[in-house]
Design a protein around this ligand. Structure first.
Ligand code: THU
Length: 133
């Protein structure tokens, strides 16, 4: 179900994403990323990127966020914001769009540099649990 997000809620998400970004472990890229999302029961979940000396094993901020979602009781992601060290929107990579889509579905809202977009817009033709049936 589509949910309207107020400007104040977007600001709260940006601030939570920025706070998470400050906790990033990114000694290799020096590109800290923070992500935060509003859940359908009103929680705010967040995460930061966690890099590894084996570079390819890096966890994006979105992966940490989904871990926080499940650890704190699950539910659906309604709205999502991701920021870089300047606090500017960071575009979720392709893999992270797929990972987020599992928990937010096509109507999930994402704050992009271009403005607010739905998951269906940023990941058209997404692979869903329904495709396994
Ligand atoms: N990164 C994220 O955390 N999320 C994204 O969607 C894009 C990239 C991180 C991974 C890596 O630690 C750093 O940004 C540079 O690629």
């Amino acid at each position: 179900m589509k949910q309207e997000i107020t400007a104040e809620q977007w600001k709260t998400l940006q601030e939570a994403a920025y706070a998470a970004m400050k906790l990033s472990y990114s000694p290799y890229s020096h590109f800290p990323v923070g992500a935060a999302a509003l859940t359908d029961d009103g929680r705010i979940v967040s995460g930061a990127n966690i890099e590894n000396a084996s570079y390819g094993l890096t966890l994006c901020a979105e992966c940490s966020l989904v871990s926080d979602l499940i650890r704190t009781g699950g539910g659906r992601l309604v709205a999502f914001a991701c920021v870089d060290s300047n606090g500017d929107p960071c575009s979720p990579c392709g893999r992270c769009r797929q990972i987020l889509s599992e928990h937010g579905g096509p109507d999930m809202l994402l704050q992009m540099a271009e403005g607010v977009m739905t998951m269906a817009e940023v990941l058209p033709g997404m692979f869903t649990p329904q495709d396994l049936v």
